[in-house]
Design a protein around this ligand. Sequence first.
Ligand SMILES: C[S@@+](CC[C@H](N)C(=O)[O-])C[C@H]1O[C@@H](n2cnc3c(N)ncnc32)[C@H](O)[C@@H]1O
Length: 416
Amino acid sequence: MSGSLGERIAAAIGRDGPWPFSRFMEAALYHPEGGFFSRPGGGAGRAGADFVTSPEVGPFFGALVARALDGFWVRLGAPDPFVVVEAGAGTGRLAREVLRARPRCGPALRYVLVERSVALRAAQAELLDLEPPEIAGGPVEPGEPGEDAEPVPGCGPILTSLDSLPGTGAVDGVILANELLDNLPFDLVERTTGGGWAEVRVGSGPTADSGSGNPEDAMDRPDPSGPHRGDLGEVLVPASPDLVAAADELVAGHRVPAGARIAVPRGVDDWIAAAGSALRRGWVVLVDYGAGLAELLDRGPEGWLRTYAGHRRGGHPLERPGEQDITADVATEAVHRAAHRAGLTVESDTTQAAWLAGLGIDDLVAEGRAAWEAGAAHPDLEALAGRSRVNEAAALTDPSGLGAHRVWVLARRPSR
Ligand SMILES: C[S@@+](CC[C@H](N)C(=O)[O-])C[C@H]1O[C@@H](n2cnc3c(N)ncnc32)[C@H](O)[C@@H]1O
């Protein structure tokens, strides 16, 4: 296949007509040949000095997640096996730190990393001792005649890696995802002057970036003088009834001025439905950029649609497909509705800073500070780890950074 991913997308759009933004995002991030997360290294676009995910800050986030997992395990009655699925697991860094923290649930733990990027699954295999999926359930003892075989207790932790979520009812435990939802493809709509919705599609060739002015006038009318992003540009088309219904549901109760744009998170809806179906008993824990719809409307797309490239904020989302990450803050209302549809209860919805406080971060930081102060004159490993814990905690709870992430805990009640 020849040409850059952008050129290939432009050629395909030339044949098919303008693409929904979700289709463009799917190709730009996940196309097997040139998608951002398919590239060698799997698109470590947010790692670096300025933009890091919580597991990349250091080992402390993993240690706190290990505490959370222990809490869920106890609440489930300490089952063995206890399944933890980490979706969008990237390089496997979080899994490594969770295990290094030696959680109490470890001997019961079956840790399943789910990552769709082949390049990142290869990185996980470098970092972790992975078992093939077919034996990751652990050894079993034959049961009585006519009964199922019983898992041998105390064999964990056993790790494996998959490319998609396990099937219906496979998980008794926790499905966890850090910064996955914001990378799932969404559609874009813009409020029309008549109070309806136009869909913002991605066109190629002489199409318009018609995001300003009267969107109804601009619909479907190419404007060769409009700003372009390489070979691609925005095209407004009338939204389908299905998209209108999804957008209306999302903004219910909010005043949306003409010209305002929102993301309709198709990927989030589908993923939460799949997680709900995989979870027999336990919790889905989602950590991500997010905010209420009122705030997102207030901020506008400049405030909720972001790109990252080369460890920095990138350019316009249509620029250089495959070379930059494309992400959007997730509307809290969308998570709540998707959870409800999936038969899950929203057990808590809080900030990362508050969630970590509930896991006892303050006591652990105080211990770290004491270890550093005790050893500061001649720092040993314990003192250095103590100092690092203090610094990591500041980053993980920073109210203008990672501490402001939302943490949604969705429950499938153990009684089910
Ligand atoms: C921003 S990265 C986060 C990686 C890691 N969780 C972290 O916090 O550092 C999002 C990851 O989700 C993966 N991903 C996207 N959609 C996925 C899906 N449907 N199933 C599994 N992984 C997915 C991407 O390939 C990427 O590795």
